[in-house]
Design a protein around this ligand. Sequence first.
Ligand code: OSB
Ligand code: MG
Length: 369
Amino acid sequence: MKLERIEVRALRLGLRHPFETSVGRTTVKDLLLVAASAGGVTGYGECVADANPYYLPETLGTAHHVLRDFLAPLAFAADVGHPRELHAALSRIRGHEMAKAALEMAVWELEARRRAVPLHALLGGRGGTIAAGVSIGLQRDEAALVDRVASELAAGYRRVKIKIKPGQDRDLVRAVRGRFPRLPLMVDANSAYTLADVPLFRDMDEWDLTMVEQPLGWDDMVDHAALQREIRTAVCLDESIHSPDDARRAIDLGACRVVNVKAGRVGGFARSIALHDVCRARGVPVWCGGMLETGIGRLANVHLQTLPGFTLPGDTSASARHFEEDLVDPPVVVSPEGTIRVPEGPGIGHEIVWPRVERATTFREEWRP
Ligand code: OSB
Ligand code: MG
């Protein structure tokens, strides 16, 4: 396959509720939408880099620069037989996983549309449903958090993740656990703590959390291994894992017992599949994280988590959780049983609503070989 055209659009959409974590508060969703075309067919990939480098070092600006000046020329020069080969063709570029992933995922989507198969079939997954989970940001106080958890449970979700940060940790967990004693509950710290906080995480062992996500440094594995030795609760890594090799090292070091897979963070679908395989071979469960994606990236996540190693519900929620009007039709919905149906149409499987994309577009550029 020879790519004939790559287009990037910068989009801006309002979020229904601000999303606050230990690294900051997001009120609008900025993203790049990448389109890749070959043989008259176009596929789409959503770049999950944020406007700022607070979660990980990449930004929308670096992603645009690296796509335009480095990735697009390499992709045009490559003649990939299967989308799984594209990542290797981009390997001269170090890092910039989110930029690579957006392009690579667009090429997978393009190939699925060319074959008229759903993305999950091309990825090696299955149809049916996936278990939905929800990630809840920091709220004004414990009462507001407990209310949010209650309303998400009423919406169908069966697993809840709450964000914590220093000063907003024990009280939040105690309040939610007190009200929902049997709920599968976990916390995500987005790297807000250090090994000086081992006593806090020892205390957390009491609350039967399914796991604690990325408590320590975003680029650390050694301290996470030290923490995991001190606590019963499973550590899950998010920010620290950028490749299948990272997952292997983390598991072998004892730095985690669960891995969060975000295709954007690890360079795309091919590496997500390889990472999933590494974890599965070691008996480590994985689940699919989220980056406040629009329906385009959200559906990519739905298809990815049909692989057999995704044995835990992830952060994939309904379109309506973050957006008044999503970019896809129908929107992604969660059933009263807390599941999301895996689409069977070609590619992501839902239509993109172009008038909404146009309205959200702040900038557009296209490149050819
Ligand atoms: O750490 O998992 C995270 C959102 C943006 C940046 C980082 C994270 C998150 C989430 C997922 O928690 C929220 C979602 O997509 O609904
Ligand atoms: Mg996380």
